[in-house]
Design a protein around this ligand. Structure first.
Ligand code: XIL
Length: 334
């Protein structure tokens, strides 16, 4: 069989991809098996999808991904256990509509983590336990989410303790975006230092890696990896894609003057970014323990609708026909 990313990177780290249940058949499944040796459920294990009612779990999609992985000797990273987005409607409310108490919310979090982590114990090797808890505003520390408003900062340490108790062998990650921007990096560092000092079972940091033609720079990326390694943490790139548009956080409509052409300059610049990123990853073999792409090919990427609806993006290593792009050849040439 033709060599895939997983083969080129065998001596370094597993190369993963985010998937939904529909990717597990046909040409996309074939590409997954040729290129990747780790899977992350793109949505199926998030609290909203997997725990839609307080008394009911929906396991089908997550189970399908896990059985596919087991049938093909692939690793699985769980994503995620505690986040402010894609939460189920019932989570923060009492039956009468009032806001739940801290004690009740922590019990719900405990029950949720215990149930989900134990179901997949021994089948998942890692979990993103807490996702995106740092504020977007650089002047603030933690995000003012329902979690923070109701529990204060305790929910973060507790989530890790619950996950560790449910599966002591799982590698537990804090996961976030824009972690290479110095102001964000310092705040993520501060959080992780606090957790380590308090002996909370956190083992790694996930750099989401929603990057672009502009950022991060090589220096920012190296500084970030080294700074987290200094805390004794492993580092994974958990959601890699390289948008051909500059980073933008707010969801908005596409402007009529916005073109979605994928120019040869963009393809060239993107290939250079990918080459630089993977060179840096290879330079830290003891620290970088996994790299996962957020979607399989440019045929479907979450960036087609986020943050701008109706604008096509081309952020991955395979094109809309599932063929390797220029960037692919840069990544495997070393
Ligand atoms: C995204 C999925 O790709 C979309 O399908 C979904 O509509 C929204 O979430 N950071 C994360 C991921 O941690 O869970 C997000 O995934 C992308 C940003």
């Amino acid at each position: 069989a033709e060599k895939g990313l997983k083969d080129y990177y065998k001596a370094f780290f597993p190369v993963g991809v985010a998937v939904g249940p529909s990717a597990l058949k046909g040409p996309e499944a074939a590409l997954i098996l040729q290129q990747f040796n780790s899977l992350t459920p793109e949505n199926a294990m998030k609290m909203g999808p997997i725990h839609p009612d307080s008394t009911r779990y929906f396991w089908n999609d997550a189970d399908a991904i896990v059985s596919f992985a087991q049938a093909h000797q692939q690793r699985v990273r769980g994503h995620n256990l505690c986040w402010h987005e894609q939460t189920p409607r019932w989570l923060f409310r009492n039956p009468d509509g009032s806001t739940v108490s801290k004690a009740r919310l922590l019990k719900r979090l405990h029950d949720h983590i215990d149930t989900v982590v134990k179901r997949y114990k021994g089948k998942l090797y890692a979990w993103d336990v807490v996702n995106e808890a740092i504020a977007d505003n650089p002047q603030e520390f933690l995000r003012n989410s329902e979690w923070l408003k109701i529990c204060g900062e305790d929910f973060i340490a507790e989530a890790f303790r619950y996950a560790h108790a449910a599966d002591p062998k799982a590698v537990l990650f804090y996961n976030d975006y824009n972690t290479e921007r110095p102001e964000k990096m310092e705040r993520v560092y501060k959080l992780l230092k606090q957790l380590k000092d308090a002996k909370v079972p956190v083992h790694g940091v996930g750099l989401q890696g929603h990057w672009s033609l502009q950022e991060p720079s090589e220096k920012e990326l190296r500084t970030t990896i080294e700074r987290f390694a200094s805390l004794g943490l492993q580092v994974q790139i958990t959601e890699l894609d390289v948008s051909v548009y500059p980073w933008e956080k707010e969801k908005r409509a596409r402007r009529p003057d916005e073109s979605d052409a994928y120019t040869s300059e963009m393809q060239q610049r993107q290939a250079e970014q990918y080459r630089m990123f993977f060179k840096v990853f290879r330079d830290y073999p003891k620290v970088i323990t996994g790299v996962t792409f957020w979607n399989i090919s440019d045929k479907y990427t979450w960036l087609d609708t986020y943050p701008v609806a109706g604008r096509k993006n081309y952020p991955l290593l395979f094109d809309q026909q599932l063929k390797p792009k220029k960037a692919f050849y840069e990544v495997v040439k070393f």
